[in-house]
Ligand binder design. Structure first.
Ligand SMILES: [Zn+2]
Length: 91
């Protein structure tokens, strides 16, 4: 099947991280760079200002959320995925 080599932001983590963890990190990277819908003005302008801090570029609203995604349920999903892959790497 698809044996594509994905380079990209996973490169910065170096060889001490396994492929599975790297792939998970790629996903996290993707979601934390995405622009989310603002709960205040409903426009898509929310970007990550800092870890757990989100800011809307349209109306300037600032709010706290997950470290990677403003929606907490999605955060726990990602964190669970990361934990799982981390466990597998340590076996
Ligand atoms: Zn807004």
């Amino acid at each position: 099947m698809g044996r594509k080599k994905t380079v990209g932001s996973s490169g910065k983590f170096g060889p001490r991280y396994g492929m599975r963890v790297r792939r998970k990190w790629l996903e996290v990277d993707k979601v934390q760079r995405a622009v989310y819908q603002c709960p205040t003005c409903k426009k898509h302008g929310v970007t990550r200002a800092a870890s757990g801090i989100w800011e809307c570029g349209k109306c300037g609203a600032k709010f706290s959320g997950g470290a990677y995604i403003p929606v907490t349920s999605a955060v726990s999903m990602v964190e669970t995925a990361l934990k799982k892959s981390g466990e597998r790497e340590n076996v």
